[in-house]
Design a protein around this ligand. Sequence first.
Ligand code: 0CJ
Ligand code: F3S
Length: 316
Amino acid sequence: MTKPPLTLYLAAPRGFCAGVDRAIKIVEMALEKWGAPVYVRHEIVHNKYVVDGLRDKGAVFVEELEDCPDDRPVIFSAHGVPKAVPAEAAKREMIYVDATCPLVSKVHIEAARHHENGLQMIMIGHEGHPETVGTMGQLPEGEVLLVETVEDVATVQVRDPERLAFVTQTTLSVDDTIDIVAALHARFPKIVGPHKEDICYATTNRQEAVKAMAPKCDAMLVVGAPNSSNSKRLVEVGSKAGCAYSQLVQRAPDIDWRALEGIASVGITAGASAPEELITEVIDAFRDRYNVTVEMVETAVENVEFKVPRVLRVPA
Ligand code: 0CJ
Ligand code: F3S
């Protein structure tokens, strides 16, 4: 039987960012240095395949520090943790390694600096997301107000409109955030903050590639997990940029082949926490069913790398 032709557009950049790469390396190197079990507070990155692979090597994933014993090392996930978490680990004299992405730590430092200058903080982020919880948890309760939408900006109750600063989650939609920042500046002309927002290079680049790719595609698949903020944003960006069928898939078996009937082109990308193996698995599933021609849609070249913490670079 002859297979139907299909153009497969592959976004670049896609998949792992420097912070995810570093966080996974931290767990692997900790296992080498200290042996199993090494505890990890929260999924190191939001990907089941990555987490399962590390669990097989001896990592134990827990949600809270209180679920860890005192005498085993613990690693904090790439998304960051409230200040109380390392403080508690230190109090319990635990060995801990912070795998918070350096670009998230940078936001933590900014928030602390504004607070020291007496400014009340507004965070643009998603309620309950670990990065938002971690960044808000850098400052005392009530010092960081959360806004998720332009509508929230209209109703947020601040202490003093003249003494405000803002930070953002690193994985937001670039376009939605422009509107929220504009609303903040309009309501609070004195508010201080980053030049634009705190969205990281990886989030920005993956959204740009999707914008370039989406208008060419009959359908778009984003390889990523349902709890991955940056992956979900790529699905939204795909729909908004003109690809009506834009879907998140964790792995090849999730592809809804019936929904793809009659298509001639598919765009594929992946969130920052999705390993390339899973992208290859999805591409191979298309090759099984179609006569595939692959075309790259490259909008940026990345060469960012982050060092692992010193404790893992020196011999035991
Ligand atoms: O929060 C981060 C520093 C991004 C980590 C990588 O992506 P992921 O999917 O684990 O996390 P998000 O839900 O934040 O996108
Ligand atoms: Fe860091 Fe951005 Fe990746 S904040 S973990 S480089 S998605």
